[in-house]
Design a protein around this ligand. Structure first.
Ligand SMILES: [Zn+2]
Length: 220
């Protein structure tokens, strides 16, 4: 078989032992860590790189994230990227699937607030050849695994676990400390209510009314 340098079809590359006759699966990448660790910034960086590479990007975030902009994701360092706010996983699916043929990269920020239905959806998108980037907290303020994030980490091709800086001692911080005993629902990204803390300086936040974060995640 003559070597064809312009070969693009799987059949034309059939001489390679690694060649496949089916479309390649995509990738699941999870970016996690405590608040103030730069998760959104890293997600935005990867999405911008994809756009520079002329890949078409769709970006979502749960509607609960009222930080800075309603229709974009924002990092604490003021980087932003357009994002469609969705009320739940079904809403995300309804928005994404009609345009799926035109989308190569799917980004989701604050994924910890979505229900576990996001897990099969992520795997479905990967099976369809999409690159799926998800950013979210790995643990709650009570130091429990947060929503679907632990399972997504287990199923991912690539996990990036970022650390922040402990606001007490300056060491590497893996925890999000909730300050005070506010009865408010989760206020995403609100400085003054949360701090990054190292293991030595983290005290799990105790919610007298049960784990409202998990109840909230289940509701979405
Ligand atoms: Zn510390």
């Amino acid at each position: 078989m003559p070597h064809d340098t312009n070969a693009t079809t799987p059949q034309a590359t059939g001489h390679s032992p690694l060649a496949t006759s089916y479309s390649l699966p995509g990738l699941l990448e999870v970016i996690t860590g405590p608040m103030f660790s730069g998760k959104s910034e890293e997600l935005i960086r990867r999405l911008k790189r994809a756009r520079i590479a002329r890949q078409r990007v769709a970006c979502y975030k749960p509607d609960i994230d009222l930080r800075y902009h309603r229709t974009s994701i924002a990092s604490h360092s003021s980087q932003t990227h357009d994002a469609c706010p969705v009320t739940n996983v079904e809403h995300l699916r309804e928005d994404l699937y009609p345009q799926l043929a035109d989308v190569e990269v799917v980004g989701i920020d604050e994924v910890q607030f979505l229900s576990p239905e996001i897990i099969p959806l992520a795997l479905e998108l990967v099976a369809l050849g999409k690159r799926v980037l998800m950013a979210g907290l790995d643990t709650t303020f009570a130091n429990e695994p947060f929503g679907p994030v632990p399972a997504l980490m287990a199923l991912a091709d690539k996990v990036t676990k970022l650390s922040a800086v402990c606001m007490v001692c300056g060491q590497s911080a893996i925890h999000t400390q909730r300050l005070g005993a506010s009865q408010e629902l989760v206020v995403v990204g609100a400085t003054g209510i949360y701090e990054a803390r190292c293991r030595a300086h983290f005290k799990p936040w105790v919610d007298e009314h049960g784990s409202e974060q998990l109840e909230l995640a289940a509701a979405l």
